[in-house]
Design a protein around this ligand. Structure first.
Ligand SMILES: O=P(O)(O)OC[C@H]1O[C@@H](O)[C@H](O)[C@@H](O)[C@@H]1O
Length: 258
């Protein structure tokens, strides 16, 4: 486990103290379910197809989407179209926004996002969804301590994923991509989704914990003034999580069980 955010004293002890916190707000993809890699792979397929065609058209070399760097820096944890926009911007590509109904053949931000969504859904339908054992243990543990729990995810598939994995009843509330759109909440790194979940659970942010694997997610936790931001390192990006605001980073959430 790695502790301490830039220039701060590390938290002691690192395990969750139920007298100090009343709620735990969990991200979904990459924290509870092994779906971050499914998102990342679908994004790579989408952007590589797009960049390759564009390189041919513009007579420039093809520079592929980096599944670790580009994904973590620009796409992970963000709302679908925010991720498209952020990555394209990093390559100095500007596309029209389009509409939510744009088909996969449409060269717009929403057209590209929708095409990726087709890849993501096809993968889930074929392979199903796996859970992380350590996250399940922490979830059961904090609930047994009487703490309140929420899921806060950018994904519009959150409800379906929770349903399919039998996790829906483990959470008192859910703030996902659909809810964010309905309530006009800004996506991570803005803290809006986490703050909305805390409000619904009637918990003050300093008394709530955020559990996140994305850089944008730990930034959101810190931006919201949450009492403890736990970074989950499943891909060797602990340093990035610490640099971006995680109080503590672990590869095994059971280390933090109360
Ligand atoms: O396209 P969806 O399913 O609404 O998901 C939006 C985002 O949800 C986040 O949880 C993922 O980290 C991103 O990779 C994904 O792009």
């Amino acid at each position: 486990m790695t502790q301490g955010a830039s220039g701060e004293q590390p938290f002691h002890p690192p395990s969750i103290d139920p007298t100090k916190f009343d709620a735990v707000l969990f991200d979904l993809d990459g924290v509870l379910t092994k779906t971050a890699v499914v998102h990342a792979t679908a994004w790579k397929r989408l952007f590589d197809e797009y960049l390759q065609a564009k390189a041919l058209r513009d007579h420039v070399p093809f520079q592929p989407f980096d599944i670790l760097l580009d994904y973590q820096r620009y796409v992970d944890g963000k709302l679908r179209y925010d991720g498209v926009r952020a990555f394209l911007e990093s390559r100095h590509i500007v596309l029209p926004n389009g509409t939510a109904h744009d088909g996969p053949e449409q060269e717009t931000v929403q057209g590209l996002g929708n095409k990726k969504d087709g890849y993501f859904q096809a993968h889930l339908a074929q392979h199903g969804i796996e859970l992380y054992d350590d996250a399940m243990q922490l979830l059961r543990n904090v609930r047994a301590q009487g703490m309140r729990t929420a899921v806060v995810s950018a994904s519009k598939h959150t409800a379906a994923v929770l349903q399919k994995t039998g996790l829906a009843d483990f959470f008192q509330t859910r703030v996902d991509g659909i809810e964010s759109e309905r309530l006009h909440l800004a996506g991570k790194p803005a803290p809006d989704g986490f703050l909305e979940a805390a409000r619904r659970l009637q918990v003050d942010p300093p008394r709530a914990i955020v559990v996140e694997d994305a850089v944008a997610g730990v930034q959101a936790g810190r931006n919201g003034g949450f009492g403890l931001v736990i970074g989950v390192d499943r891909t060797g990006h602990a340093e990035d999580l610490i640099r971006n605001g995680a109080h503590v980073v672990t590869a095994d959430l059971t280390e933090l069980c109360p």
